[in-house]
Design a protein around this ligand. Structure first.
Ligand code: CP3
Length: 370
């Protein structure tokens, strides 16, 4: 019932004819059609909270580029919003919360997110699934997502974006008990939220741990990774007999690859600081055959077209020389091509066309030349 199941196959370490491709933040401000829908909606939150608009923008990049997955259009901060922290997006600025968690009193009052307040997200998932159907078949699978408990805690404690999230990290060092309380509530909320996305029609899940890389070694494993493990432990692994792949992505987490491989995820997302080929070699040598996702530097999309092509070919060529995930597979199987982080709003949409062409053609060609 899927026209294109390359993405799901690659996540589960199965053979594909070419490498699947999707882009973090593929629906976003670099696309003029996104900006037009956002203008109709009035604001980013107006867009994200309206399932019809969220469906419209989710499909926009698929109509433009040969992408192999759709990702729910939403935001990681919907969960703390549904906890009553008061999410705001001031025009031209990032997100902020009216009620950040700074005092013991504020932390102790925190309650798990009210899933009823997140019904707009589940409605969007169901509507996107419907909208993906063309000629009786679903074009590509739909990815649902959440922030990691730690990354959500960063915004909840600091109250907005930050270079160092020093309030969150100070709480971690001084009052680990308070941070643990927040992480436990977040893990419970994230698991319930992702579980409901699955019931609404999501076919794979991604946990964005954007700020895990801010943690010292040791703290990362105890704080961010442990709470992601708790989320994964609470999730169903199959829906209607179909295995649901789980992707974890810690930005800056390349050094912790082996630890990340042990939390029960199927796919590890990497940023551009770690080589996909080295990651594959290491994981295979440790008998941890997880699929990998990434890791084209999103700023390389600002380079001239020939250089964009070269950068993409470089990732594929190096992986083609690494060991295969399992016997019988090509080394390129079990890799999902993506950026190492979200696409910049200043990207020229034509640069993505160049990238997609390079990935599609070269990854198919390398598989033929045995
Ligand atoms: O990938 C997709 O196409 C799905 C949509 C998606 C958005 N946010 C839409 C969005 C996803 C997966 C996210 C995740 C997200 N949100 C993360 C984790 C991934 C990452 O990028 O690190 C984080 C940290 C957030 C929090 C957030 N939301 C920030 C810091 C910002 C402002 C930064 C910016 O780019 O302006 C947002 C807003 C946001 N979320 C936008 C989009 C398309 C831009 C807002 C707009 O249209 O005005």
């Amino acid at each position: 019932m899927l026209t294109n199941d390359r993405f799901l196959k690659a996540c589960l370490g199965e053979k594909t004819d070419r490498t699947p491709l999707w882009l973090m933040r593929q629906a976003g401000r670099y696309l003029p059609e996104y900006n037009a829908t956002r203008a109709k909606a009035g604001s980013f939150l107006g867009l994200a909270k309206n399932p019809a608009y969220a469906t419209e923008v989710t499909l926009q990049p698929l109509d433009r580029y040969p992408l192999d997955a759709a990702i729910l259009f939403s935001d990681i901060l919907t969960i703390p919003d549904a906890m009553g922290l008061g999410l705001q997006f001031a025009a031209g600025e990032g997100p902020s919360f009216q009620h950040p968690l700074r005092s013991e009193d504020e932390v102790k009052k925190l309650r798990p997110a009210d899933l009823q307040q997140l019904q707009y997200v589940f409605d969007a998932v169901a509507q996107i699934r419907q909208a993906l159907i063309q000629d009786g078949k679903q074009r590509v699978p739909l990815i649902g997502f959440s922030g990691s408990p730690w990354t959500l805690a960063c915004y909840m404690i600091d109250g907005s974006g930050s270079d160092d999230f020093r309030h969150a990290k100070t709480m971690m060092f001084n009052r680990p008990d308070l941070l643990k309380h927040i992480l436990d509530i977040n893990a419970q909320s994230v698991a319930a939220y992702l579980g409901e996305q699955l019931r609404s029609g999501a076919q794979a899940l991604m946990i964005f741990d954007t700020w895990g890389g801010l943690l010292p070694d040791g703290w990362y494993q105890r704080i961010s990774l442990a709470s992601m493990r708790s989320v994964i432990d609470q999730l169903p692994r199959e829906v209607n007999g179909q295995k649901v792949p789980i992707i974890i992505f810690t930005k800056g987490g390349g050094l912790w690859l082996e630890d990340m491989a042990d939390v029960g995820a199927d796919v590890i997302g990497l940023d551009w600081t770690m080589s996909i080929a080295k990651a594959r070699t290491l994981l295979v040598s440790k008998n941890k055959p997880l699929a990998l996702q990434g890791n084209f530097d999103p700023i390389a999309l600002f380079a001239k077209p020939e250089q964009i092509t070269q950068e993409a070919i470089g990732i594929l060529d190096s992986l083609a020389k690494a060991p295969a995930l399992k016997s019988g597979l090509h080394p390129l199987d079990g890799h999902i091509f993506n950026l190492g982080h979200g696409i910049s709003q200043f990207t020229n949409p034509d640069a993505v066309t160049v990238l997609a062409k390079a990935v599609l053609e070269h990854s198919a060609q390398l598989r033929k030349a045995v």
